[in-house]
Design a protein around this ligand. Structure first.
Ligand code: 13P
Ligand code: SF4
Length: 350
């Protein structure tokens, strides 16, 4: 696409969301990035939470964590530029060690990945010997290396069910663990590693052993938000990400990964939708489905996803920065957990 074609395309999709002057600047950047991407034999992967102009101009593939991991494992390009947060880029490196993996921002963390250490997992394994450890993909490579299997928001229930184990350790998202426990009819225990009594939720027989990290974005949505919206718009369909609290998920009409939410909006025909997730995604869905009525109440932007910009993506390609490395000894152990997830749960697209 020429720069003008990119600009026209962005204008058609984003005229309601992004000011025109910004679209002009962004289309110039996107044009430069797309040119350099070809010259450097790179592929750009963009998570669904990327800001609208970036999301609609430069990714060769966009999707949720699971979809992007699958693509990262199969690409034949020399360079993977990951427009997402660090744990996603690390997962790409774990799966494709021979490729150069770049992330446009140096830190691009995640409150879940920062919420547990490999040492915490080793202590849990010592406390519950032999119990399989499932870790959410939103974790560091070191934490994945201590796990038996990874999961994402789109396959967490299926991964737990696949283990056929009485007890399962599920780390580190408290709310995702509670939502998975509910879906698999298990009770949840939050262990004390300092000698106190563990905290137990209900009396269903099989336990999930959880951890108390949370997504700093999704924990902000409340049941009261849902009640207020439903009072005002009785025909609204509410979609929530499974990193929201169990109360919020239970009061929603649909809960699923970022891509599952997008598909639900595309497949259904409601009078209006409300997304309880990161707010760029609402803009991205709106741009892709202009005929749908999305309530724009969201004001919670993930500060880590927000670090990824078109400007820095251009610099990433120009300067080959920031290169994501995972020490080989950690990578091979983390790979087992990621591959086991990819093997057990084939995607519908495979
Ligand atoms: P998805 O795997 O659903 O895209 O979620 C990733 C994430 O970080 C959500 O906050
Ligand atoms: Fe992490 Fe939450 Fe941001 Fe997703 S939205 S990257 S879980 S902090």
């Amino acid at each position: 696409m020429t720069q003008n074609e990119i600009y026209q395309d962005l204008k058609t999709k984003l005229h309601d969301v992004v000011p025109d002057v910004e679209l002009r600047i962004k289309s110039e950047l996107a044009f430069e990035i797309n040119k350099l991407k070809v010259e450097r034999n790179a592929v750009i992967l963009g998570h669904n939470y990327m800001e609208p102009a970036l999301f609609h101009s430069i990714p060769d593939y966009s999707g949720d964590s699971l979809e992007l991991s699958r693509i990262a494992s199969k690409t034949d390009k020399d360079i993977i530029v990951f427009c997402g947060v660090r744990f996603m880029a690390e997962t790409a490196k774990i799966l494709s060690p021979q490729k150069t993996v770049l992330i446009p921002a140096k830190k691009a963390g995640c409150s879940l990945a920062d919420g547990i250490t490999a040492d915490d997992v080793r202590r849990l394994k010592a406390k519950y010997p032999g119990v399989p450890v499932v870790t959410y993909i939103n974790t560091t490579a070191e934490v994945k290396a201590e796990s038996d299997i990874c999961c994402t928001s789109s396959n967490a229930v299926a991964v737990v069910q696949s283990l056929k184990s009485e007890t399962v350790i599920f780390l580190p998202d408290e709310y995702l663990a509670r939502n998975v426990a509910r879906a698999t009819r298990r009770h949840i225990i939050f262990p004390s590693l300092t000698g106190g009594e563990p905290e137990t939720d209900t009396l269903l027989d099989k336990p999930i052993i959880g951890w108390k990290a949370r997504c700093e974005v999704h924990e902000k949505f409340t049941l009261e938000d849902i009640q207020n919206i439903r009072k005002q718009f009785s025909d609204v369909v509410i979609l929530s990400h499974p990193e929201c609290s169990p109360e919020v998920v239970a009061a929603s009409d649909f809960s699923g990964s970022t891509t599952e939410m997008i598909r639900h909006v595309q497949r259904t025909n409601a009078a209006r939708y409300l997304l309880l997730t990161e707010c760029s995604m609402g803009d991205n869905i709106m741009a892709a489905n202009p005929e749908k009525n999305m309530l724009r109440l969201c004001s919670i932007r993930c500060p880590h996803m927000n670090e990824i910009t078109l400007e820095d993506t251009l610099e990433a390609l120009r300067q080959t920065r920031y290169v994501v490395e995972v020490p080989e000894e950690i990578r091979v152990r983390a790979l087992r957990a990621v591959e086991r997830m990819l093997e057990i749960i084939p995607s519908a697209a495979d």
